[in-house]
Design a protein around this ligand. Structure first.
Ligand code: GCW
Length: 674
């Protein structure tokens, strides 16, 4: 049930006040979405109060659900001023008194807005908030709030650690699993309104007639919940179909092929969202194969979907083995010159950092450098570089850090959040994507706390200014219990879990020193790889002289891709935030840090702190037994032991490896590896 547990309301005063506020329901209008809203409320009501929610027409405690178009004049007039403050997916929840009767009205400009409002009212009760006098107005700040599934057609999931793909392609379209509806409910409850069903590396078979029929079946389940489906488009699909012998985006036959393909898809799925494309990246085909540019490729696809209001999400995750100087620079170098040249239904989708979903990265410099292009954020919810589904890491804290960073693209306070939600330069099209951590695991995400990152991604997609601590609190209450003795220490644990993983894996700006290929566990040593930029030594550059990647002017000069205030501040190690120190600088082992100790000393003690943080997490969790069911309690306990063991493994492996270069003793507080 994820965060939709709807636990019984035990407190009798609270229960009485809720039952007084909501005695019956009246739904005006008729649609699958409104039906889903009613069903969700009934389910929640039943579960909270062990009582049916009756349909009623009038009277005290009436809950009215209606699209604004369906409201009688007196009611619609009462919310007229509020309407100006919501967008097409926003909602209004208002308590009112009519003929002496108290009512609650949930209304919106669309039925989907009503559904979102419904989930919000339910959530107010899950959080045990007072609902006797409601005046809530809310709208999403970003338009396209999308999950990216890296699911292959054979049901393996690239970088997926929660079992196989939930899309049962073999049995679709005929077998419609209840999980599909639960998936849609969960996503709608946090406002996610799109899903890319397939991996960015997926086979182009997904675009064949047989598969379109399967996709259509899923789209039909998701539609009432406001979720559009998207597919990945392999650039060479026209060739693989056997119809055309090139994929050159300027070739007339190729253009026609994509137009026809789009028409074919939209004929079956009229609200199809569009395509996500990984082109000329990690061996994938793309326009560069024909000496064409990313703009040529993206715009050609954009033209094909434009008549249907579709969009193209064109990824900027590119780096080449032919220019191995600094992988962090390449996406910027390739994309920034194209600023303003993409068609208006193209979003350029950029990972949060310039390397690859590390435990910590500075924000991607592209966010500060393409003011005339709609930029879509890509976060990774699955923990490819953060301990897979074995480690507890609350990712909204990481997401928040990136969103809050200042790009200075329009002067001070040009945060990444403002770039993404379009407010900085009045963008018409906005989007955010999260690479899903969902699979066939009984609890959806493998680690029970993986659910919190899915939840938190959705919340930040709705409102990128939200505080991650509030998200943690909400999720804990909805998923476990409202008991303060549980929520307070566990909120603290969630918030600290992100810094813990940074400390025991990649402290002080280190990055990409995970074991090669699978990216699990430490592996800072040389590996035998065909591509230099996949080798961990490429990133830490440790030698007798020191450690770290010099990205200043004396090194790769990647720093120059940031706005002046950042470029200047980070140009010297003294003024670079310690969290990014070794990201931007190569420093001697005895470099003196702010606390007066050497770099080596701080590196070692930070690894040790990471281990101690996990020890504290174990201790906190051990005190939570009485608030959690046995199954989840035991599972998390065992997983935390794995995390502790592996935090030590990280500390020992990295310090042993780096010590051969530093040739310095470990500080006393750090245990000698056995
Ligand atoms: O770094 C890489 C991952 C790949 C992934 C790629 C991408 C889907 O290791 O597994 O491929 O990022 O984002 O395209």
């Amino acid at each position: 049930n994820l965060w939709l547990q709807y636990d019984k309301i035990e407190d009798s005063d609270l229960k009485q006040s809720y039952l007084k506020s909501v005695k019956g329901i009246k739904v005006l209008g008729n649609s699958k979405t409104l039906e889903a809203s009613r069903e969700e409320l009934s389910k929640a009501y039943n579960s909270f109060f062990n009582q049916e929610l009756e349909t009623a027409d009038s009277g005290d405690g009436l809950l009215i659900l209606a699209n604004i178009d369906q409201l009688p004049a007196n009611l619609s007039n009462s919310v007229k001023p509020d309407l100006e403050n919501i967008n097409s997916e926003g909602y209004i929840i208002k308590s009112a008194t009519q003929d002496g009767n108290k009512t609650i009205l949930i209304t919106a400009k669309t039925d989907i807005g009503v559904l979102y409002g419904t989930f919000r009212l339910i959530k107010e009760m899950q959080l045990h908030n007072d609902i006797s006098n409601l005046a809530i107005i809310d709208s999403p700040k970003i338009q396209k709030r999308v999950l990216n599934h890296w699911d292959n057609l054979d049901r393996t999931v690239e970088r997926g650690y929660a079992g196989f793909s939930i899309w049962d392609w073999h049995l679709l379209p005929d077998l419609i699993k209840p999980e599909y509806t639960d998936y849609a409910r969960a996503n709608a409850s946090i406002g996610i309104n799109g899903t890319v069903l397939t991996n960015v590396n997926a086979n182009s078979l997904i675009l064949t007639e047989q598969y379109i029929e399967k996709v259509k079946a899923l789209a039909e389940v998701f539609r009432p919940y406001g979720i559009q489906v998207y597919l990945t488009a392999r650039f060479s699909a026209p060739m693989e179909s056997g119809d055309v012998d090139t994929a050159d985006p300027l070739n007339a036959q190729v253009k026609q092929w994509w137009k026809d393909k789009a028409d074919e898809i939209y004929a079956e799925i009229p609200d199809f969202g569009g395509f996500l494309v990984k082109a000329n990246s990690e061996g994938q085909p793309g326009p560069n194969n024909y000496d064409r540019t990313h703009v040529d490729g993206a715009n050609m696809l954009a033209e094909a979907v434009a008549p249907h209001d579709g969009i193209v999400m064109w990824r900027a995750f590119v780096y080449s083995e032919h220019d191995p100087e600094d992988r962090a620079k390449q996406a910027y170098s390739e994309f920034v010159p194209f600023d303003g040249q993409f068609k208006k239904n193209v979003l350029v989708q950029v990972k949060n950092g310039a390397i690859d979903f590390q435990p910590r990265e500075p924000f991607h410099p592209i966010f500060g450098a393409m003011p005339n292009t709609p930029l879509m954020m890509e976060f990774q919810i699955t923990q490819e570089y953060l301990g897979f589904a074995s480690h507890l890491v609350f990712l909204p804290k990481l997401f928040e850090e990136t969103l809050d960073e200042d790009t200075y693209v329009n002067g001070e306070n040009s945060t990444v959040a403002k770039v993404i939600d379009g407010s900085l330069s009045n963008k018409k099209l906005t989007g955010i994507a999260g690479v899903a951590n969902i699979g066939t695991a009984k609890n959806w995400t493998g680690h029970p706390f993986g659910q919190s990152s899915w939840y938190g991604f959705g919340r930040l997609a709705w409102d990128p200014y939200l505080d991650s601590e509030r998200i943690a609190e909400e999720w804990l209450k909805m998923t476990f219990t409202n008991e303060e003795e549980f929520v307070d220490p566990m909120t603290d644990l969630l918030i600290k879990s992100r810094e813990a993983v940074v400390k025991y894996m990649t402290p002080l700006g280190l990055h990409h020193i995970m074991n090669t290929n699978h990216h699990y566990g430490p592996g800072p040593w040389v590996s035998n790889l065909s591509r230099p930029e996949w080798n961990p030594v490429y990133y830490h550059k440790a030698d007798e002289e020191g450690i770290g990647f010099d990205r200043t002017i004396s090194g790769s000069d990647a720093l120059a891709q940031y706005a002046d205030p950042i470029a200047q501040q980070y140009s010297s190690p003294e003024t670079t935030p310690e969290k990014y120190l070794l990201w931007f600088h190569h420093l001697p082992w005895d470099y003196q840090m702010d606390n007066g100790e050497t770099l080596w000393h701080n590196l070692a003690t930070t690894y040790q702190e990471g281990v101690e943080d996990v020890e504290e997490m174990v201790e906190t969790w051990n005190n939570m037994e009485e608030y959690v069911d046995e199954e989840r309690f035991k599972k998390v306990s065992m997983l935390l032991q794995i995390q502790l063991k592996e935090a030590k493994w990280w500390r020992n492996a990295c310090l042993s490896y780096f010590q051969q270069f530093s040739d310095m003793e470990l500080p006393e507080s750090v245990p000698q590896p056995e």
